[in-house]
Write a protein that binds this ligand. Structure first.
Ligand SMILES: [Zn+2]
Length: 165
């Protein structure tokens, strides 16, 4: 059963789903989302060599990415990123009424390179942005909010007030 305002998206696999090779740090891969019979989406992650071989039907969305390595972040920023990440994950579970905050957090985390934008999908008449957390491969749906409703200049202030630091 699909929760209102949210799409369940499988996380990135550890291996190419076509040749079975493990993804290593720095490998480029292609991820595709396909509509399945039910309410959930099917995800296919393929290595560079196999990409393009999986498509029986055009995907709802697809994106290229690089398997991440370790990244260095200063402690203060990391604490704030962690707080923003936790709140983002909590709101993402139940975004109803909190869509603008969720989207602001996604923008903040995108700017901090914690999340990467992976396109848009429509499901049951609702539009969503897709964001992937490259470090974990976890992929999230964020209900689309009118960009005009968001004042980017005050993003930092908003984030501070949302996460409370
Ligand atoms: Zn492959």
């Amino acid at each position: 059963m699909l929760a209102i305002g949210r799409i369940e998206i499988p996380r990135r696999g550890a291996n190419c789903q076509i040749c079975g090779n493990k993804f290593n740090k720095g490998d480029s891969l292609v991820s595709c989302l396909f509509q399945s019979g039910g309410a959930s989406l099917v995800r296919v992650d393929a290595c560079h060599g196999c990409s393009g071989q999986s498509a029986e039907a055009p995907p709802l969305s697809s994106w290229k990415s690089i398997m991440p390595g370790e990244k260095k972040v200063s402690m203060g920023s990391r604490q704030k990123d962690e707080a923003a990440k936790e709140l983002f994950e909590r709101l993402q579970q139940n975004p109803s009424g909190k869509e603008p905050s969720l989207y602001l957090l996604a923008l903040y985390l995108e700017r901090r390179k914690v999340l990467a934008r992976r396109g848009e999908v429509e499901q049951e008449g609702l539009a969503f942005f897709l964001f992937e957390m490259p470090s974990s491969g976890e992929t999230y749906s964020v209900p689309k909010v009118e960009a005009a409703a968001i004042d980017l200049a005050s993003l930092d202030e908003e984030i501070k007030s949302i996460i409370g630091i």
